[in-house]
Structure formats: C-alpha cells, structure tokens
Ligand binder design. Structure first.
Ligand code: HEM
Length: 454
C-alpha cells in the first residue's frame, strides 16, 4: 500500500476546542458525555484520531456510565502504566456484557492476588515452545474450511476464519475429541457468540430482562454448553493418561496452585469460556484483516506466497505483526489508578481511569514513518518495540494468548496461501467498524477462489 487510503487516512477533525479543565486533567472535548459516548461507540477510530489531532496525544473524554477517562499512547506512559498493574485495577465495566457468560472466576475479570494466582497457573500452557503441539490441529482446521470453499461464489473470509478459530479452540484448548459432543458444543457456542455480538447482549446483564424469550434461549444454550464442558472436565479427571495429553484443558486440570490445591470444576468451566470469548473472535478478525491488507498490496502478497512455498516464515511473521499494528483488533484497554501517576506530562490522581489507546500508539509517525501504510518490511530487522506495539495490551494483564494467536495466524495464513489462489471480491479496502470490543472489517472481507493449489 503506497500510503493512506480513503478508509485508513485520518478523518478530518469534527470535535470543537476545549477550555483548559479546572480539574487538572489533560484537555479534551467539551461536548456532552452522551455525544462523546455516541462518537466513541459508533466510530472509535475517528474519535481517537480527532481528539489526538485537536488536543494532543494525551486527552480526556467523558463517557456515559464509565465516567471521565484519560487516553494515553506514548511509549513512556504505556510503560509506566503497565508496570503499575499490580497496584492498579482494570477500568470499571470491563466486559460487563460478557460477565454473565464468563462466570465469577474468569481470569479476565478477577483482580489482585486472586488474578495473579490464576494467571501463574494458566500461563505455562501458552508458552512459546508448546505451540508446535497445536500446529496439526490448526492446519487441519484450515484445510477442512478451504475444502468447503466454492469455486463459483463469494467467500466471506471473516466468517470462514471464525469457523477455523472456533474449531482450533474446541480441539487445542478444550480438547474435545468426541465428534458428537464437539458438534453439539459448536452449535451452542455459535449461538452464544452470536448473541454477544448483538446489542441485545446488554440485556443479559439486567436481571429483569432475562425472562425475555431471546435471553431464555441464550440461558438454555449456556446450560447445554456448560453440561458438555462439565462432562469433558469429568472425563479428563478420570483419564489415566492425563499427563500425556496436550490440550490446554488437560494441562489446567493437572495444574496446582502454590498451596497444592487445584481449580474446581466450576472454575475450569469459567476459564474455558474466557479462553473462548477472548481468543476466538479476536484471532479470526486479525486473520480477516491480514487478507484485506494483502489483497491491496499484490507485491507483498507475491513475496509472501514465494516465501511460504519455500517453507519460510520470516516475512509471514512480519505480515502478522504489521497487520496487528495497523489494524489492532482491540483499539484500547483500561486501568483505574490506585496510585497517583505522572502520565503524558500530567499528574493524574488516584481513581483516574486511564485508557492505553492501542490504535494511537500504533499510528505514531515518530515511531512508524508513514504510519497508515501496510509495510511488513518494518519488522524484518528486529521485532516491534515492546511499548510501541501493544496489540495484546501489557503488564500483568497482557493477553495470555498472544503467542498462540500469532502462531495460529502463521499456520492459517500459510495453509491458505499454499492451498488456495484467492482474489478480493471488491476493489475497495475494508472500512473499520466496531463490533463488540473489536475493530472489524465492515464487509466481512469477501473473496473469490480463483483456483485450488496442490
Ligand atoms: C489476535 C488475537 C488477540 C488479540 C488482539 C488479543 C488482545 C487482548 C487484549 C488487548 C487483552 C487485554 C490486555 C490488557 O488489559 O492489557 C487480552 C487479554 C486476554 N486474552 Fe487475548 N487477544 C487475542 C487472542 C487471544 C487468545 C488466542 C487467547 C486464548 C486462547 C486469549 C486470551 C486472553 C485472556 C485470558 C486475557 C485476559 C488476561 C488477564 O486479564 O490476565 N487472547 N487479549
């Protein structure tokens, strides 16, 4: 891509100037909170870009329910903020929609010691050297999906990538081998996932709305999915060969806290749901973006295909890193200060909600010249800088599935390139839209299968 396109160039500022704030917080729009919220929700990228242009890289926004929040994106502030993760907490309202599905003890929602204990237990299965164990499952899931692509119709790559990443979670993470149980689990999980993507999901969090037919249906799907997960956990506890199994559930069943205790069934179920919700849509979306970016850069696609045919992956990994930079799936994360902090040149008091703006950190021209251009070559000589490339967040809340996701992207992209000759079904790059907490390609990345490759 030669430079900013109609979709990725920063849009013109539409937010009026602020007076200096009486509360000592960084400047920001004076619009009513309802208007700022509507803009942040409807077009988060444009809102962030507009604010940066008008107020500088550190600015304050007011959002309904969440309150006042300070956005930061310079590497030094990100470093300091993430380093204080053990003192600070996550921003209020994290995954309020997902909480009824994830359960009380989800890693995503716990704080303090409780969070740290679980994190220590859950990290080892996601270590880099373990990833090879999942390569075959990932390759097979991609090959099965590619085999079902029609030669004479449009393929929605985003939907296709969702099918692949769900299958990978069912096999590599949950370790479900029984075909019938997997089919049933897939059916219920797809239903639950579809609900969480729709605005109706907010109803799940309100007790009185849970009696409505839609929510009763979700409750039934959840109960059925739970039943299958509990059965899977029981099988694993009874398995004399547990130690030789490689799926993540088996490793979690065998893992012990420092005091020698294990996770009980209910907790294991909550962590499985968390891994599904955190790892499925995010990875599928990143893959869909990779295809969209490559479709608009035929020279890079050719270079990548040549490398894949030769069995290499240096350029492929750079493509993955650059995709996650220029199209970060999660545009920002949040923390609430429990200790005062100096961030972006401002002294922020205890209680301030601070949002590391991943999208803005990734589009700083001082770190990334021509920041809106897709240029994997940036990452060929040495990987990205820790605090300028934060697609997985940071600190002790950093995504535990980052290595897994990047490895899956490597395997799925190379399998598709080896097996299929894909063409874009539209000559327009995808527009970025918000979908739940992710930035998604609006049209679902339509493609045509020109030929199968052997
Ligand atoms: C491209 C794919 C992915 C992206 C962009 C992504 C991004 C993120 C981000 C931004 C966070 C929050 C970090 C913070 O607050 O600082 C997070 C947390 C998390 N992610 Fe991911 N993620 C991806 C894939 C995965 C996968 C594959 C899994 C597991 C199978 C996973 C499991 C988790 C979990 C459990 C947390 C909570 C960590 C904690 O609170 O300690 N993610 N992810």
């Amino acid at each position: 891509m030669a430079g900013p396109t109609a979709t990725d160039a920063p849009p013109r500022a539409t937010i009026p100037e602020t007076r200096s704030r009486g509360d000592g917080l960084p400047p920001g729009p004076r619009l009513p909170a309802a208007v700022q919220t509507a803009r942040l929700v409807a077009r988060p990228v444009q809102f962030l870009e507009d604010c940066r242009r008008r107020y500088g890289e550190t600015f304050t926004a007011r959002v309904l329910r969440a309150g006042t929040m300070v956005f930061v994106s310079d590497p030094d502030s990100l470093k300091r903020l993430f380093a204080a993760d053990r003192q600070n907490t996550i921003a209020p309202g994290r995954n309020v929609v997902l909480a009824p599905i994830l359960g009380q003890r989800s890693l995503l929602l716990l704080e303090g010691e409780e969070h740290l204990r679980r994190r220590k237990l859950m990290l080892p299965p996601f270590h880099g050297e373990r990833m090879r164990a999942y390569e075959q499952v990932m390759t097979e899931a991609a090959e099965r999906e590619i085999a079902a692509w029609p030669l004479d119709g449009t393929i929605r790559l985003h939907t296709s990538m969702q099918a692949i990443t769900l299958e990978v979670i069912l096999r590599a993470v949950f370790g479900v081998e029984d075909d019938r149980r997997r089919t049933e689990l897939r059916r219920n999980l797809v239903g639950i996932l579809a609900t969480t993507r729709s605005p109706l999901a907010i109803g799940l969090t309100i007790e009185s709305l849970r009696r409505l037919p839609t929510h009763r249906r979700v409750a039934r799907m959840l109960a059925e999915a739970d039943e299958a997960l509990f059965a899977e956990i029981a099988d694993r506890r009874a398995d004399p060969d547990l130690a030789s199994r490689e799926d993540i559930l088996s490793l979690l069943v065998a893992a012990r806290f420092e005091d020698g205790t294990v996770m009980d069934d209910r907790e294991l179920r909550d962590q499985l749901m968390t891994l599904l919700m955190a790892g499925h849509e995010t990875t599928a979306t990143a893959l869909a973006w990779a295809f969209d970016l490559l479709f608009r850069a035929p020279d890079k696609l050719r270079r990548l295909r040549a490398e894949v045919d030769d069995g290499g992956h240096a350029y492929l990994d750079a493509v993955t890193e650059e995709t996650l930079r220029v199209r970060p799936v999660v545009p920002f994360v949040g923390r609430q200060l429990r200790v005062a902090a100096e961030l972006g040149g401002h002294r922020l008091p205890v209680g301030t909600v601070v949002m590391p703006a991943i999208y803005l950190a990734h589009t700083r021209p001082d770190v990334y010249p021509d920041p809106y251009a897709f240029r994997p070559e940036r990452f060929l000589d040495g990987g990205p800088e820790t605090y300028s490339w934060v697609p997985f967040g940071g600190g002790t809340r950093r995504c535990i599935g980052g290595t897994f996701a990047q490895f899956e992207m490597r395997v799925v992209l190379s399998t598709v390139l080896r097996r299929a000759d894909l063409r874009p079904a539209s000559d327009q790059p995808e527009r970025i839209v918000r979908r739940n907490v992710t930035l998604s390609p609006r049209g679902g990345t339509p493609a045509l299968l020109a030929a199968r490759r052997r």
